[in-house]
Ligand binder design. Structure first.
Ligand SMILES: *[C@@H]1O[C@H](CO)[C@@H](O)[C@H](O)[C@H]1NC(C)=O
Ligand SMILES: *[C@@H]1O[C@H](CO)[C@@H](O)[C@H](O)[C@H]1NC(C)=O
Length: 256
């Protein structure tokens, strides 16, 4: 029969197993990394003197087009890792993820002085120093990619591009999906009111700063809906990819 010693060991083993299985953390995230049928992700550079790196999935020239930007700690590959590009492709959407311009390696950079602040992997561009320049850059990239009526997905710091673009070129957008973006404070409620673009405001329940700040401004967009992802922080698409994908697809599937 089992000695006390063996029984104690068994209990300890079970306890450790429970600890491990019950642990929250990256489990859910990894289970949503792409494991479905193969989708080819193409990568390329746009033309011109400030080329932008992008990843794209088929259908390449048909249907509703979705353009995904990224926040400061992320890049276009984030949307491949999460399976967002593959999922959109499977649902018949053309999806393009961009890498925004980065900061130049400049002698002032070590001092924390960035003349052309950038946060992406594409080549630095002087245009990024003004809101008008960033909107123009995005407009040119969409032209280069022959994207006509896109749904623009903009998390966090990519609001520096998406908000000026929205204000000046919203007639070029079929939909807008802000995810706690920056730069909403640069515009008045009246300016938001003139933008009729169907908008899905997405944010994580645990994001108490940027999400709330941007929501106060974005709710002046006349045709918006709001989805709050429970138990998710600022990068809510990373914390709750499944909920994020369901909300995004529901919005896309119901666009006129
Ligand atoms: C995807 O493609 C790779 C390489 O072509 C192959 O090894 C793998 O089995 C494929 N996976 C599926 C799910 O089709
Ligand atoms: C508002 O947006 C929805 C899609 O989210 C769309 O179906 C509807 O037609 C839009 N309404 C107006 C008045 O534009």
């Amino acid at each position: 029969s089992m000695s006390r010693y063996q029984a104690a060991l068994l209990c300890l083993g079970l306890f450790i197993l429970l600890l491990y299985v019950g642990r929250p953390g990256p489990l859910e995230q990894t289970s949503w990394l792409w494991g479905g049928p193969n989708v080819t992700v193409l990568a390329g550079l746009t033309q011109g003197n400030a080329p932008i790196f992008y990843r794209e999935v088929p259908p390449l020239h048909r249907g509703v087009e979705v353009v995904l930007l990224h926040g400061k700690a992320f890049n276009s590959h984030t949307w491949v890792q999460l399976g967002t590009l593959q999922l959109l492709s499977q649902r018949g959407y053309r999806a393009v993820a961009l890498d925004l311009p980065g900061s130049p390696e400049h002698f002032l950079a070590p001092l924390g002085l960035h003349l052309f602040p950038g946060f992406g992997n594409s080549a630095p561009s002087k245009e990024t120093s003004t809101a008008a320049g960033r909107a123009e850059l995005l407009e040119r990239v969409l032209q280069d990619l022959e994207v006509q009526k896109a749904v623009l997905v903009s998390p966090s710091l990519s609001g520096r591009y998406a908000l000026p673009f929205l204000m000046r070129a919203h007639h070029q957008l079929r939909g807008f999906v802000p995810i706690a973006p920056t730069s909403t404070q640069d515009y008045t409620p009246e300016q938001f009111w003139t933008v009729k673009t169907p908008t899905l405001i997405l944010y994580g329940e645990l994001d108490h700063t940027l999400a709330q700040e941007s929501l106060r401004q974005l709710r002046h967009l006349p045709n918006h809906s709001v989805v709050k992802l429970p138990n998710a922080g600022h990068a809510c698409y990373l914390h709750k990819p499944q909920d994020f994908h369901l909300a995004l697809l529901a919005f896309l599937d119901h666009l006129p």
